[in-house]
Design a protein. Sequence first.
Length: 532
Amino acid sequence: MILRGLRLRLAIPLCGLLLAVTAAAMDLPHYDVDSLVYMSTDIVIAKISEDSQHNLSATVTETLYGSLSPNDRVDRLTPFLSFFRPMQDGMHVVLFLDRRPHHYQFPNENAAKSPFAIPPSGVYLIDDYGHVHEYYQESNPGPYVARGYSFFLQKAEPTREADLLLPTLENVTTRIATAIQEVSSVRPLLDKVPTRQDVPALMHLLDFTSQDTKDCDLRSARAIREQAFEQIRAFDDSDLLLRAESISGDALPANFALDFIASPHKQLNKQDVDERIAFLLQSLSNTKLDSAFRETAVRILLRLADAHSGPQIGPSRPLPFDDNPWLAKRGAQIQAISKEIFDDESQTPRLRRLCLQFLSIADPATLADVKSVYHQTASLEVRFAIEKALLEQSDALYESLAPPGGPVASLTSQAHRCGCQRMLDNKLAFMTEWAQRKDFHQQSMFTPAHQFLMNLATGQLLKPENLHFIGGWSSTDDGQSEFELTDLSHVPAGNYVLAMQYVRDGKSLGAGYGLEVTVRETKTGKEMMVRR
């Protein structure tokens, strides 16, 4: 995001900066069941009532947690339930309720008059067949919509067959009961004023990088992770905070950069913030530190660098530093450290590609150095990062590298998962990052990219079947996707390179950087492994 008019005194307007950086149209998060249990004081099955003034209330039919009893009536729920579709008289729902007092800003200050709050996404719809629909935001901006329903552009309801595929109420209440037991084990830790003796337990709840498979449901629960992170923030300790953010992996809090420089207990002045920035630079420069710590330090700096006080066209970029409220006076130092790391082949590829974002490709000497690294490095990850950086400048600059991907630069690698993720799904996961020439966009609409397995012995291309996409994103010119290969029965045993290719009329227009894998026969069927 772009921060405008940021001629600020940091002791006063940090709250305003937080709002400017994180503002979204109307982001309605979906919370997992462990998070909802943690955020609730009462969980009930209830029947919805709607009066002639369209005010919504609920009558308890069964208590799952807390002190409410059957036939108790919960009034003034309209400020919360009005965000859910469908929501009407006579519906049966599971309600996650919070009786603790809350303060609400305009225009929702009337919500404070309700005896109970409903946490975000804290409603499950029970259909006529006894199956349960969770609510998700269908479009942003837009309300929560029950799974299987649609209210965007045109209304649609699920069929009976679709309803019967959803979890039964019995299964859902059993899962809620399990979550209640799990959460009860950590609630005292999360709800008290933390001490130094609590740090290992809090760090365990934040750890999303290790192979530890203990307490996976709790460690994957968003609200629990958020509260554990707040407990760590309470120490106001730069080293602890960097450790916490490093082990959070891809599950970093949305405001992790601002969380690092904004203390929850005091208003920071410029000197305080500069000390935090200096700590990040020292961490980045310290080759004795774990690489994950150093990578997190540069990620925080990159996120802070995206803030600019002047007008800017297009997406936020780290450079230039001139109008950055935090990094302007340290711009030269940041670039010097980044260049030293980027040029050093002994540094991790991840750290080098992050530091590349702080180098100005527009400077002829820097561009020459980047090209020199490109032709000398053995790291495919660094080569791809350079190709993408030059593509952001111009197609011609990218083509000056004579890249192997032709019109599309891409990198396919193993998607590294923590122990909890592998416990949920044991399959080997892959990630492909890509960026294409701007002049290729029109052609790529008719020649979409695909993953191909190239046999290392014969050179034959094989298009894998039944790719299961786990997640990702895409824009006009670049994107990223995570996927699994769910069916290897049609793949002959052998050694392959898995890579993105654009193939037209049986001819490859260019192959991205791939990952070498082996497919072998086992007693239980075909198995794929990454070649080491």
